[in-house]
Each structure stands twice: as structure tokens, then as C-alpha cells.
Design a binder for this molecule. Structure first.
Ligand SMILES: *Cc1c(COP(=O)(O)O)cnc(C)c1O
Length: 370
């Protein structure tokens, strides 16, 4: 006989530490620069904003549950079969649906130590066991991942590039990982920052999805396209995986404004290029200047950088976070990612980038007692 007097969540649900998003506020600061969630400083395309507005007069209508227009626009843009694209309420939605479809009690899901937090949550929520593979120099290590794959491994999540480290693995390594996985293990390539990467040896994974039965690539409109508020993500997957996702996804998981704005954002290639160019200019600028202050910066191919601090009172990441916050510079504390001595800073506007470098210079001086 049970003694419970109220509904009880499954144990696996209570094992989850809820995701805590980056802060948005800096109490007391005159102006706030939000550099905590890898949002684009350029905002969305004006065409996407106009498309969003066009929905206001039809709020009584359900959206197209198949998001046909958006899938076709994505297919056109990336040269993919729209039938093999599944859209999600942000790519988080898809990362969860993949675990829900393929992972159950007794199964395992693998991701890397400083990998995106949603993977652990999605695996646990499905009743599976999360398995962490250690990284090398804050970078996914294919051999370490493979060493943790067993007959119970149903899913492997790889953020490429990874958040919060900003590192990536070359496509040759992704292919080596895939080649050594059992055909029954699903490899999920999360390319949320794929559009930012400027490396000849990088690929978001389209070719691998097209040529195999167990690879899925996920993408998002939240980062370079600047539509985080609308929640638009998509997956490119084998048809049998699309079939599974369609069975369990919310029937209207994309709202009409998200569909319209997503289509318009895809059409504005000039805006996309401007965002990529801004990033290409400022990542090295900020990284070099912060490194010159004596802080280790992990080389990043994304739109954010990981800055490392000494674990000393007055000089620590916690102290730096407080110091920056007092100046309205809101960055991401990444303790939950196993990085208590680092802060993640999103590349912002020129003004924000300069202010962070100035602030860290002052912080370093103060910490040195000068
Ligand atoms: C931001 C991010 C996502 C995307 O999230 P959305 O749900 O699409 O907003 C996915 N993966 C990683 C690694 C991210 O950093």
C-alpha cells in the first residue's frame, strides 16, 4: 500500500537539476548589456520582424501543424528534402523529443563533460542514464566518447561547436565517431552555432545525415538568426527518425509567428552575413585583449568565449562576475557546466565588447592590488 498523499513525479524527474538560464538583469547598473545567452547583438532581420507582425491579425487561427512553409524554405536554403526536416519549438524541443523517442529506463545516453546541459536533462526525463565522456582541452574527445558506448547506449549527443566551451571537432573526427558507433545508436549533431564557424575542416553534418540511418543534425534560429524569443529549431534526419518525432511532437509545436519570421529570416542572407562578419571581427579582438590581461581564453569558433580565472579570493570567476555585473555587463556563470572558474561571454556590440575588455582590465588591476 502506498502512503503517498499527493501525486509523485517519477524518480528520474526528481533527479533532474532544473536548467537555469543566463541572467538578464544587473541590478543598479545604468545600462544593461546582456552577454549571457549567446544572442546576436545585431538582432533579427527587419524582414523577420515585419513577418512576425503580419500574424497579429490572425491570432484566432491555429498554425500549420506541419510548418510546411518553413520546412520548404529551409530545404531550399540548405538543399535538403523538406520531408526529412522536422521543426521544433526551439531545438531544445527536438533534443528532448529525440531522447523521448529513443531512450528509456535501462538505456544510456552519452555526452561530453562540458556539453550542453539540455542533453543530461533530456536523457534523465526519458528515464535513461546520463553518461559523461571527459574532454581534452575543453574539446570533445572521440575516443573518450567511444570508450563509454555500450550495448545500452541509445543516443550520443555532440554539440559541434560546443556551448559553453566554443570548441569544435573536425568533420573527420565526427565521421570516425560515427563509423565506430553501433548502427542502433543515434548520433545527434547539435549545430546551433554552425553558421558562425569559419573552418575548412568543419561540417555541421548534413552529408553524414544524408548517407546514414543513425545520424540527426539539429539547428536553431535562436542564435545567428536572432529569433530566440520565438523558439524555432529544426532537425534534419533519416525518414524513420522523422516518423518517430512526428508521432510524439506537439501537433502545433511551432506557432504561426515563428513560422513566418523563420521564413523571412532565411531570405535575408545579407543580414546573416553581417552577423557572421561581426562575429569574425570581434571574437579575435575580444579574445586577444582579454588574453593580454593574463586570463586564459579558450579558442572559440562560436559567438561566445570562455574566460578562465584563478581560484583565488578577489580574483575568481565569481568576483569577476560581480564586478562586471556592477557595470551592467551580464555574462554567464558556467558552474553548472562543471566550469566554476570560468565565465562565458557572448560577443556583443562594439560598445559592449570594449566595455568588457575595459572592465576586466580594471578588475585585473584591482585584483593585483595596484
Ligand atoms: C542555444 C543552444 C541551442 C538552441 O536552443 P534553442 O532551443 O533552439 O533556442 C541548442 N544547442 C546548443 C548547444 C545551444 O547553445
Amino acid at each position: 500500500m502506498t502512503t503517498a498523499t499527493r501525486p509523485t513525479p517519477r524518480d528520474c524527474v526528481l533527479a533532474i537539476e532544473a536548467y537555469v538560464p543566463g541572467k538578464s538583469a544587473a541590478p543598479g547598473a545604468r545600462k544593461v548589456y546582456k552577454l549571457s545567452s549567446n544572442e546576436t547583438p545585431l538582432g533579427p532581420s527587419p524582414k523577420a520582424i515585419a513577418a512576425f507582425g503580419s500574424i497579429a491579425n490572425h491570432l484566432e487561427l491555429y498554425p500549420d501543424g506541419a510548418a510546411t512553409k518553413l520546412r520548404e524554405a529551409i530545404g531550399h536554403r540548405y538543399g535538403l528534402d523538406p520531408a526529412r526536416i522536422v521543426c521544433g519549438n526551439g531545438s531544445d524541443d527536438l533534443l528532448h523529443l529525440l531522447a523521448a523517442a529513443y531512450v528509456g529506463p535501462g538505456d544510456e545516453g552519452v555526452f561530453t563533460t562540458h556539453g550542453f546541459l539540455v542533453y543530461r536533462i533530456a536523457i534523465l526525463a526519458s528515464g535513461g542514464t546520463p553518461i559523461e565522456a571527459p574532454e581534452t582541452d575543453y574539446t570533445a574527445n572521440v575516443d573518450a566518447i567511444l570508450a563509454r558506448v555500450t550495448s545500452r547506449t541509445k543516443i550520443v549527443y555532440l554539440a559541434n561547436p560546443n556551448n559553453p566551451t566554443g570548441t569544435y571537432v573536425p568533420f573527420s573526427e565526427v565521421k570516425r565517431l560515427h563509423a565506430a558507433l553501433p548502427p542502433t545508436t543515434l548520433l545527434v549533431l547539435d549545430a546551433a552555432y554552425g553558421e558562425y564557424v569559419r573552418r575548412n575542416d568543419y561540417s555541421a553534418g548534413i552529408e553524414l545525415v544524408s548517407t546514414s540511418d543513425n545520424v540527426v543534425m539539429t539547428r536553431t534560429f535562436s542564435k545567428i538568426y536572432g529569433l530566440a524569443a520565438l523558439r524555432v529549431g529544426w532537425a534534419y534526419a533519416p525518414d524513420h527518425v522523422c516518423d518517430a518525432l512526428h508521432r510524439i511532437r506537439g501537433p502545433f509545436n511551432l506557432n504561426s509567428a515563428a513560422i513566418e519570421a523563420g521564413v523571412a529570416a532565411l531570405e535575408d542572407t545579407a543580414h546573416l552575413e553581417a552577423a557572421a562578419a561581426h562575429n569574425e571581427k570581434w571574437v579575435p579582438w575580444v579574445s586577444e585583449r582579454i588574453a593580454a590581461l593574463g586570463y586564459k581564453v579558450t579558442p572559440s569558433v562560436g559567438n561566445f568565449i570562455l574566460i578562465h580565472f584563478p581560484r583565488e579570493p578577489g580574483r575568481s570567476a565569481v568576483d569577476a562576475d560581480r564586478f562586471l555585473s556592477e557595470r551592467g555587463l551580464v555574462v554567464r556563470n558556467v558552474g553548472a557546466y562543471g566550469l566554476p572558474d570560468a565565465l562565458r561571454m557572448t560577443i556583443g556590440t562594439e560598445e559592449a565588447n570594449r566595455l568588457v575588455v575595459e572592465a576586466l582590465a580594471d578588475f585585473a588591476k584591482r585584483a593585483a592590488g595596484k
